[in-house]
Design a protein around this ligand. Structure first.
Ligand SMILES: [Mn+2]
Length: 487
């Protein structure tokens, strides 16, 4: 489908006009970094309009949640980062309860369930309807940003939040970790009003703020084998480089280093990764060097000054079930709530580092091999939200064989387990579609299992007593996908 910008703009205009005329708006959004930034961005633009709002952060909207939300007094409901996959449920509630018909706006970038339907009370804003790539070039925060910009050009300063959301959904897909398409347009807006500065540098967490040893120790994207996660080995590694780590008794940061010193550090890191991964150094270099996005209005010591750190901060709030803190930070709180967010982030970071260390120490024992898949059972060791994050970090750093999809298992509720699946581009090319496999396996075992997602990343929730059966069926389905794509 070719890109139709005009149609996309029309849908933005309709949404913005509905918002302008409203008195009270319910914002319903997702609990990940993209969802939290989208909610904050919309709330901020409504505040500027003088429109009252209420925010509810969800994991997934079900029929009963949608139905109870539509019961509320408010005349307008906005779904952010969700809704396109639940349009059938919204229409069903409208049909089942005609008195609950309300004006609904959907600001989403996921695959739409229904593209053609007639209902003037649903404004569907999704760039995928108009030929744009919702997986890589625009997030829900980006869609929300375009609505905010249609409301008032002055909202261009909110472009920074839109990029935080895009990073939350891993949309820095250009080779140098930059943005393309609609996200790039948002970036240009941000630059034009001085809200965003784009630079190229070593991509190490805390580059403007943290003492160098701390920054290097906590680097996990990419992970520096034998250096990250351990203060002792990290200090040893750094002292071998002969780079002064303090100036006048004060810790230096990555951004304080001279070009020569940076080069030295960069080469040493690439060397360390190359020892473990046996990949060519140019491609490793490309992983660790690239675009950074700075928000100059934020103070130098704040996590919210760097887009990637902002993303990590609010994502940790979502993963720790502290959505309110995440949204408040997006709304601009840099006082007490911000401090609470930093505390949550530090606790999360330490917990995550322990889980990653657990995996690295136990790799052989932790990973079980099936014929066409491999899985890690983290029940009782790693909690649900950390487990799916861990699956991503394992995949990014290629810590396991790329020849088989990885499934991770974590406890979810009393009798349900949560399964996260990660494939890679190589497997997708060979015919693997994890989303389909998870959905099919859930349908086959029936009895309370649900699953689905994208070809490369998917998830399922399965009754604990059927886990073994589920894994076996997924393995068989993957085998079939591999064979049928060879024909
Ligand atoms: Mn999203």
């Amino acid at each position: 489908m070719s890109k139709n910008r005009e149609k996309f703009n029309e849908s933005l205009k309709v949404a913005s006009e509905v918002l302008k005329d409203s008195k009270f708006v319910w914002i319903i959004s997702h609990h990940d970094a993209d969802g939290l930034s989208a909610a904050g961005l919309l709330a901020k633009s409504l505040m500027r309009l003088g429109v009252l709002f209420h925010i509810r952060i969800l994991f997934q909207p079900t029929y009963s949640i949608i139905s109870s939300l539509l019961k509320s007094e408010s005349s307008v409901l906005v779904f952010c980062d969700m809704g396109s996959g639940q349009i059938d449920q919204i229409i069903k509630v409208f049909k089942d309860y005609p008195d609950r018909r309300r004006q609904v706006i959907i600001l989403d970038h996921h695959q739409p369930l229904l593209e053609d339907f007639e209902d003037s009370e649903i404004v569907h804003v999704n760039p995928m309807l108009f030929g744009f790539d919702g997986a890589e070039e625009i997030s829900a925060s980006g869609v929300t940003y375009f609505v905010a910009r249609a409301l008032d050009e002055k909202n261009k300063d909110l472009s920074s939040l839109a990029l935080v959301g895009a990073l939350g959904d891993k949309q820095d897909k250009e080779e140098n970790h930059g943005f393309y398409g609609l996200n790039r347009e948002i970036l240009e807006d941000g630059k034009s009003v001085g809200a965003i500065v784009e630079i190229e540098d070593i991509r190490i967490f805390g580059r403007e703020r943290d003492p160098i040893p701390l920054a290097v120790e906590y680097t996990i994207d990419p992970l520096v084998p034998g250096v990250s996660l351990s203060p002792e080995t990290c200090n040893k590694f750094l002292s071998g480089l002969n780079i002064p780590l303090k100036k006048d008794g004060v810790w230096r940061t990555i951004s304080d280093l001279s070009d020569e010193e940076k080069q030295k550090l960069l080469e040493a890191i690439v060397e360390k990764i190359a020892e473990k991964r046996r990949e060519d150094k140019t491609s490793i270099f490309k992983e660790i060097f690239g675009k950074e996005y700075i928000f100059p209005q934020e103070s130098r010591d704040s996590y919210t000054r760097n887009a990637r750190e902002y993303d990590a901060l609010i994502a940790s709030c979502g993963r720790s079930s502290k959505n309110g803190v995440g949204v408040s930070i997006c709304l601009g709180d840099r006082g007490e709530t911000y401090k609470e967010g930093v505390k949550i982030f530090n606790e999360y970071r330490a917990k995550f580092a322990r889980s990653l260390q657990w995996f690295i120490n136990n790799e052989k024992k932790a990973v079980e091999q099936l014929k066409h898949t491999q899985f890690i059972d983290g029940r009782g060791v790693v909690d649900e939200f950390i487990m799916s994050h861990l699956a991503s970090v394992i995949a990014i750093n290629r810590l396991l064989s790329p020849e088989k999809p990885l499934l991770t298992i974590a406890g979810f509720s009393e009798d349900l387990v949560k399964i996260s699946g990660r494939a890679n581009e190589y497997l997708v090319k060979k015919g693997v579609n994890l989303g389909l496999a998870m959905r099919e396996a859930s349908t086959l075992i029936n009895e309370g299992a649900v699953g689905g997602g994208h070809n490369i990343a998917a998830g399922a929730k399965v009754p604990e007593n059927l886990l073994e059966k589920f894994l076996k069926i997924v393995d068989e389905i993957i085998a079939k996908q591999l064979i049928s794509s060879q024909d």
